[in-house]
Design a protein around this ligand. Structure first.
Ligand code: NDP
Ligand code: 2PC
Length: 451
């Protein structure tokens, strides 16, 4: 009998995956993919189901690596959100299956995997000026990996919303220059990363310095663009998958640009990295990248020890799983925070409710006591009533809360939190602490696929 599937939450994936483990496996996988050996990697072009209402799509990204015993698929939903929306543009889940039996082994959060495996492929040794167009989730993961990996003299960022540029500059912790226009950001830059949800060009060839490297990450539908024709036609164009680019990339299809090579060809040494020329890497994302990332992070996998540690830590921290993880999406996170807060501190909240009720009672009795012909001594009544009923009630409520949140048979099923040492421990602060810095990678590993 097959084991039931394991669920690996986004926070756990984040604690487990490190670039130093991921990068060599991604290289290996891309190399295998480009050899078109079907026993090594079988990965059809993503199936995209349009979500017209949201100008988005649901992508299905299956992969089979027969030799490595990996069978997986990612579901990724992309939404072209309204400007100013705090909801995430990309939500993803990776499902790992047992290739022998066909049962699901693990279901894991796919957003950290998507952010890390995409950023990990874009490298630029010897570059001095980095420009990033866009300030969202991918912008952050690219910024993190690039600045960990290389010593840029200058990092510039632009986005269409001024406040978002300021937020990005703040969260980057200094050393980043916010720019008022895309042109200002990219003029003279050695490496340019485009990570927007734009469907029209945001980067124009006439701004791009000769010999620069462009990593074009957005525009993943056949009629969407981030780069103009001038740039596409004058640069040496690399892609992750030829078939993918020719069916999904508006920048490639609509410009008619020739695809020079896949990244895997450069890794395999069958095509050169044209370092002296202006290069564009048009990234669309591949299922095989998700497959090797998920294989690393799943129980019994290479990083099992980290997963175990992450699991025991997340139990201690009582993280509410499945939440959006970027501070930027705080609006969505708030509802997440409120639920555990209510569940764990419901009794504490009711103590406050009692106090309010007694205040009302106090006022009512006081008014009654002041009436002519009164028979009640208000202050005595209030003292006795307050001391006995209120404090006894409060202590009882506290004991109830501790018992209900304990790791004992007395804990009701509806209480998800584990025993808390301090009844007033703030779930909000704890969860924020864990969430902040999501997308921040660990130390990067060796990379051989350099432009
Ligand atoms: N190649 C790959 O493997 C992957 C590609 N992607 C792609 O990367 C891109 C970024 O994703 P992600 O960071 O998650 O998205 P986010 O929503 O987090 O960030 C998107 C950024 O694009 C900006 N933007 C949106 N519309 C426009 C526009 N019309 N013109 C200029 N800027 C715009 C937003 O600005 P504002 O804040 O003003 O709205 C924001 O800065 C997407 O296109 C996504 O499809 C994502 C995952 C993997
Ligand atoms: O590969 C991926 O997951 C995606 N590519 C574009 C949007 C999401």
């Amino acid at each position: 009998m097959a084991e039931p599937p394991v669920i690996i939450w986004e926070e756990e994936v984040k604690s487990v995956l490190r670039y130093m483990d991921l990068v060599p496996r991604l290289e290996d996988a891309l190399g295998k993919f480009s050899r078109r050996d079907s026993a090594a990697v079988l990965q059809p072009v993503r199936t995209a189901v349009p979500l017209q209402k949201h100008s988005g799509f649901m992508g299905l990204m299956p992969t089979y690596m027969e030799n490595d015993g990996v069978l997986s698929t990612k579901f990724v939903c992309y939404y072209n959100r309204e400007r100013g929306s705090t909801l995430p543009a990309v939500q993803a889940t990776v499902v790992l299956l047992d290739p022998e039996l066909g049962n699901v082994k693990a279901v894991m959060g796919g957003e950290v995997i998507t952010a890390m495996r995409t950023a990990a492929l874009l490298m630029a040794p010897g570059a001095e000026v980095l420009a990033i167009l866009g300030t969202g989730r991918q912008a952050l993961s690219h910024f993190n990996v690039f600045t960990e990996m290389f010593s840029f003299k200058e990092v510039r960022v632009w986005s269409r919303t001024k406040e978002e540029v300021a937020r990005f500059v703040r969260s980057a912790g200094g050393g980043v220059r916010g720019c008022g226009s895309a042109e200002e950001a990219v003029r003279g830059a050695d490496v340019i990363v485009t990570v927007t949800r734009s469907t029209e060009p945001v980067l124009f060839g006439q701004w791009v310095k000769a010999g620069a490297h462009v990593a074009a990450v957005g525009a993943c539908r056949p009629d969407w663009r981030e780069l103009d024709d001038v740039l596409m036609q004058s640069a040496v164009v690399y892609v992750d998958s030829r078939e993918g680019a020719l069916s999904e990339s508006g920048d490639v299809i609509l410009s008619g640009a020739e695809v020079f090579a896949e990244l895997g060809d450069v890794i395999n040494g069958t095509k050169p990295a044209e370092r002296e020329k202006t290069t564009v890497f048009k990234s669309l994302g591949m299922g095989v990248e998700d497959a090797v990332s998920a294989q690393l992070a799943h129980p019994g996998g290479f990083l099992d020890h980290r997963l175990k540690a992450a699991r025991s830590q997340s139990r201690t921290l009582q993280v509410q799983h499945g939440a959006h993880q970027d501070d930027r999406h705080r609006g969505a996170v708030m509802s997440d925070l409120f639920n555990p807060l209510q569940q764990e501190h419901g009794d504490w909240i009711s103590v406050h409710g009692m106090a309010a009720a007694f205040l009302l009672e106090y006022n009512a009795i006081k008014k009654l006591s002041n009436k002519p012909g009164k028979r009640l001594c208000g202050s005595h009544y209030i003292t006795v009533h307050f001391l006995l009923t209120f404090w006894l009630g409060a202590v009882t409520e506290l004991i109830t809360t501790l018992t209900a949140s304990s790791n004992t048979v007395f804990r009701p099923r509806c209480v998800r939190a584990e025993h808390s040492r301090t009844v007033l421990r703030s779930v909000t602060v704890c969860s924020r602490g864990v969430r902040s810095g999501v997308g921040t990678p660990g130390p990067p590993g060796p990379v051989s696929c350099n432009f």
